[in-house]
Write a protein that binds this ligand. Structure first.
Ligand SMILES: Cc1cc2nc3c(=O)[nH]c(=O)nc-3n(C[C@H](O)[C@H](O)[C@H](O)COP(=O)(O)OP(=O)(O)OC[C@H]3O[C@@H](n4cnc5c(N)ncnc54)[C@H](O)[C@@H]3O)c2cc1C
Length: 545
């Protein structure tokens, strides 16, 4: 029986685990926290799919075109076609396993408008789409757990992959209970570790997603892609702990963005783009907000209390609870914040990386979204990616007898942890993490230029040079200690990608190269060899087609 090791138990990891178990494979699903704590549960807005209950005129072809256009035409057409064609089946399957979608009338899934989509096609479960989907997936996974096909393993963090001669054989993990490393061998490894939020400090996402796994794999020879494309969500509110998302559903329900010129409201998006201006792609809205240099407000109060409580109760509660704002009477002061990563691990159409038997799915992988993601396409991509990877794994031939021996790698890792525990040098790890977050927020912001990016690279290169002198005053934070180098490496890779793309496209806007250039109409691939970071454009379409 094929053994599949999946790291990360959000929607992508669960989708893949269930699909593999359905095919009779034996799955180990590893994560530090239960699925119910993964970032996936934060998704409120919805999931895109064209089914019979869509508006008249909508079609799968239109969903494909909106996705390609939103991504500024650098996502692979074949992969996007697969995504949009699978969407109706995914929504039906989700309903079958117990996801309760909001309905217009009995049996007809309701839709809401999301940015840059030609029709209202986003299915939703009230205000908690991600949570409802995770709940249904966990119940389904439990069924296979009872059959002995899925084993869920908690309090376990990724340390490194077992890679030799271009093939993968499992991974080494940090066990938070024993405070030691352990090795899990498998026929293939699937990474589903989410985005890179914590690298950027306060974002709309979960701090569990810090990008360490992507950074470490990169150091182990796995290619990354499109790291310069970072989505700033236009409407967030700042709280002391994090940036809270004010769902795009507010603008989908007619919410209007404006700034004040004295007493007068200036509806700048509508002035610039007409009636649908507030629902332009996220990169466009964020940049326009940034350009005004003013405080921006979002008004939905004109809908009236009854409709607001019916249509967007979560936003009403969120604003009242975290900022004391009653959105039935007042506008919401909003600001763009880091929200989603179009870039990540480079994968081919079947979600395999450049390393044999090593797959990546969900937000940690780069696929489908090109230079900018459409709202509602990410949950879809996480579910679809899990299914595609499982299909490919099911078709792969059984590994030949005789696996390489990785005991030296395990010993080297254990030695590193021992050194960290005894470290007495001068630089506290959290201080460096904060500096890196400030660095990437500043230098990979909504608007970049060469000077900023080079400054960012200089700083990160310096932090990397002192990584062995980091001070850990509490060995319970060993994960923070060993993950720092991978996180710094990922930061430098992202800055290097941004430096190499000398144009503006989607979420990557450079004030020194403001135009979009045909010669850059391909994904950026970055690789790492002996400390060197090398970028190239994927002109040949080695990854997505
Ligand atoms: C506030 C918010 C609202 C959103 N709303 C929507 C929406 O309405 N529609 C939409 O389509 N998308 C939305 N998104 C995006 C979407 O939720 C995510 O892209 C998607 O859920 C990612 O799923 P995932 O399974 O790839 O990752 P996650 O759900 O982030 O899961 C990652 C898993 O990896 C684990 N992990 C991380 N690091 C390690 C490590 N080092 N070792 C071991 N395990 C690790 C985590 O613990 C977790 O289990 C939203 C995002 C946010 C932040």
């Amino acid at each position: 029986m094929k053994k599949v090791l999946i790291v990360g138990s959000g929607i992508a990891g669960l989708s893949c685990a269930i699909s593999c178990a359905e095919k009779g494979m034996e799955v180990t699903l590893v994560s530090p926290f239960p699925s119910e704590r993964a970032q996936s549960v934060l998704a409120a807005g919805g999931i895109n799919a064209v089914t019979e209950s869509c508006e008249e005129g909508d079609s799968i072809a239109c969903h494909i075109e909106d996705t390609l256009k939103g991504g500024c035409y650098i996502a692979g057409k074949e992969s996007v076609r697969g995504l949009c064609e699978d969407a109706p089946q995914i929504v039906k399957w989700l309903e079958r396993i117990g996801t309760v979608f909001t309905t217009k009338e009995v049996g007809t899934v309701a839709r809401r408008a999301f940015g840059a989509q030609s029709y209202k096609r986003t299915c939703y479960c009230g205000a908690s789409t991600g949570k409802q989907i995770v709940t249904a997936l966990v119940m389904e996974a439990r069924r296979f757990e009872a059959l002995g096909l899925i084993q869920r393993k908690l309090w376990t963090d990724f340390y490194s992959a077992l890679i030799k001669d271009g093939a993968c054989y499992g991974a080494i993990f940090f066990n938070e209970a024993t405070m030691d490393l352990e090795m899990i061998e498998a026929d293939c490894l699937v990474m589903a570790t989410g985005g890179q939020n914590a690298l950027f400090g306060k974002t709309t996402g979960s701090t569990q997603c810090d990008g360490y796994a992507q950074g470490k794999l990169f150091m182990q020879g796995v290619e990354l892609k499109n790291l310069e494309f970072i989505q700033y969500h236009p409407t967030t509110i700042v709280t002391s702990q994090k940036k809270m998302l004010v769902s795009e559903a507010v603008r989908g329900e007619g919410g209007r963005l404006y700034y004040l010129d004295g007493e007068k409201r200036v509806y700048f998006m509508e002035e610039k783009f007409g009636e649908r201006g507030n629902l332009m792609p996220r990169d466009v809205v964020s940049r326009c907000m940034d350009e005004t240099g003013k405080e921006i407000f979002l008004d939905i109060s004109f809908l009236g209390k009854e409709e607001i409580l019916k249509r967007i109760p979560e936003v009403y509660n969120l604003c009242l609870k975290y900022r004391g704002i009653d959105i039935t009477k007042e506008s919401i002061p909003v600001t763009p914040s880091v929200h989603f990563f179009m870039g990540g691990i480079a994968v081919k159409n079947n979600h395999e990386t450049n390393i044999k038997n090593l797959y990546a799915i969900g937000e940690c992988a780069s696929m489908y979204h090109g230079a900018n993601r459409l709202g509602g396409n990410s949950l879809l991509a996480a579910l679809h990616g899990g299914r595609v990877a499982a299909k490919s794994i099911g078709e792969m031939t059984e590994a030949a007898e005789g696996r390489p021996d990785f005991s030296e790698e395990l010993k080297a890792g254990q030695e590193k942890l021992r050194r960290l525990k005894e470290s007495k040098s001068a630089f506290p790890v959290m201080y460096i993490r904060d500096l890196v977050a400030q660095n990437v927020q500043e230098n990979l912001g909504i608007v970049r230029n060469e000077e900023k990016i080079l400054n960012g690279i200089d700083d990160v290169t310096y932090y990397l040079s002192i990584v062995d002198k980091i001070h850990y005053d509490n060995s319970e934070f060993l994960y923070l200690g060993y993950s720092l180098e991978g996180i710094l490496t990922l930061a430098k890779a992202a800055l290097t990608c941004a430096l190499s793309r000398k144009e503006s496209r989607g979420a990557h806007y450079r004030s020194d190269y403001a135009e979009t250039k045909d010669e850059y109409a391909n994904a950026t691939i970055i690789s790492y060899e002996n400390g060197e970071y090398r970028t190239r454009l994927d002109v040949e379409g080695t990854y997505e087609s």
